[in-house]
Each structure stands twice: as structure tokens, then as C-alpha cells.
Design a protein around this ligand. Sequence first.
Ligand code: AHG
Ligand code: MN
Ligand code: MN
Length: 332
Amino acid sequence: MNGNLQLQHFILNEQKKFPYAKGDFTLLLLDIALAGKIISREVNKAGLVEILGLTGKENIQGEQVQKLDEFSNSTIVNILSRNDTVGGCASEEMADPVYFHKHTNAKYCVIFDPLDGSSNIDVNVSIGTIFSIYKLLNDGECTENDFLRKGKEQLASGYIVYGSSTMLVLTTGEGVHGFTLDPSLGEFLLSHPNMKFPEPSKRYYSVNEGNYKYWDKGVQRYVDHLKNDEKPFTLRYIGSLVSDFHRNLIYGGIFFYPLDHKNKEKPKGKLRLMYEANPLSLITKNAGGLSTDGKNEILDIKPEELHQRVPLYIGTKSFVEEAMSFINSEEK
Ligand code: AHG
Ligand code: MN
Ligand code: MN
């Protein structure tokens, strides 16, 4: 347990990797951790304060906005707006980025999904916050170009899962480390140093199989294989990406949300490149896993727009490679 190292000590050490960071990178990560603690507190008492339920509004993605989505979004934006090294931020819940023009010292921008898995809020199932940090292309000015970058340019990424305990999982380039919130101290303590997709591992697959009939043949054949293999895979699907991902990171497995033909004219994936796929893909890479959109590595995709959706295959490397061999084979 590394003597239960506190998050701030850990990040101060990590920051030495970035010559331009003079304490500000640590403060930024601590700000995100603070937002996580506030959201965690609110999630835990959600049933008590009538914060559950829909706001009656739709977000930019055309989805119903939950009250806790809004709360989480504004908590993160407010905290970042007080950090003068942040030039701007973009969120799944906001149509456009927010720019902090007064932050003339800005060095970073942040992209986040404030509350992932929010359809599970009302039923007490684990949900999470996902984030990415990029270094601004030019210090002191943040523009849309700072956000529209390949995932491999991320400086750091992570997620906070609000589960039976609250946990922050973080990568700053090398290695992935997990910190568990001790609620009595209000501190994140290093509980899972050097997380790696385990080998050998559980054979878990996580997918919304209710979409089977909308998938391409290759995806259908892959899922048939998972079930009919000599040693079939076990299906585990929560419906909160962050929770499904977290379980697979610890036990081993593959999560996928393939392109589907629900909309006949416009086949597409559901998950968002910038808010979900990229941050989890950096973690995956640094934990020895693999993530692709079915053809290319997620981290190599040049985004065309902020709210872009992608098919996603992510998890244990050998499982993702096997998935690719099925979905890219010629057989119809
Ligand atoms: P969000 O709550 O941020 O909109 O994300 C929901 C996502 C993701 O968490 C999950 O993996 C996926 O939607 C589940 O989709 P289905 O309900 O279609 O399975
Ligand atoms: Mn999400
Ligand atoms: Mn969300």
C-alpha cells in the first residue's frame, strides 16, 4: 500500500517529469480531485436531498440531463475557473468550450465527462467522472485548436468512480495509479500502485448485446465466438462505461460499443472520442492494454469536432486484437 501515500505527495513527485510545471500541475490535479470529492459527497446523499431525477432539459447530445449531471458539470467548471493555469475547458454537457480569458498565465486545458453512466444515478449503480488534461499549444491563450487534438497528446488523464468506495485512477504518462478516498480523512490514498491489465486474466466481455441486430456481421461473429468458444467468455455489463472499464482494468476483459445501424443513414458509435474514449485509452495504453475504433488506435484519431462519437473496443490487449481479427475479416 506504499504507506498509504497521499495523492498530493504522489503528484508532486510525478510533476518532476514536466520541466515547465512549477507546482501548477499538482494544483490542477488536486483541483480535479477536489471536484471529485464534492461530486462524491453529492452522489452519496443524492437520495436524501431530492437531487435525483431529470431537469427536463436536453444536452447537446440530445439526451435528458440529470440534475447530478448539471451539478457535476458546474462544480468542475467553477473549480477550474478559479485556477489561473487553466485556459479553458470542454465538457460533454456543454455545446462549446468555456474559455477563461482572464487567465493570462494559462498552460493547460481540461476536457471532461462530468458524470458518466448518469442513467444509473437513480438506481444506485456506480457512476463516474472522466477527464483529460492537455498542455496549451501556446501558453496564455486557449482556442478550439487546443481541444481538437489527438488523444496521444494528452498530458494526463483519469477517472473518478463513485462506487462502493470512491476511487481516483490517474495516469500522467507512465504508469496508472489508483487512489481510494478515505471519507473520514477526506483524502485520496494510494491503494492501487502500477495498475496493469492482468495476464492471465478473467475472460470478461462488456457490451450492450441488445444492439446485436444493428451490428455489422463481423461484430456479430465475434460475439458468437465469445459465447461459443471452448472456454466461453463471461458477460459483465453495468452500463456505466467508467465502472465497466474499471472492473475490466482490475480483472481483465474487453469493453466494446461498436458502430451500429440504428440510424440507417448514419451508422455510428455511441461513445464520445474526447470525453470518454481518449482519456480511458491513455490509461489503457499505460496499463498495457489496447483501444481501437475497429481499425485505428483511438489515441491516433485526429478529432474533427468536439462532440465526435467513435466505435470503441478497449481493454486487455490480446482480447482487443482478437476482436479486430473478427471484425476486419472478409467473411460476410
Ligand atoms: P453518459 O452517461 O456520460 O451519457 O454515458 C453513457 C454511456 C456510457 O457510460 C455507457 O457505457 C453507455 O452510455 C451505455 O449505453 P447503453 O445504454 O446504450 O448500453
Ligand atoms: Mn459518459
Ligand atoms: Mn456524462
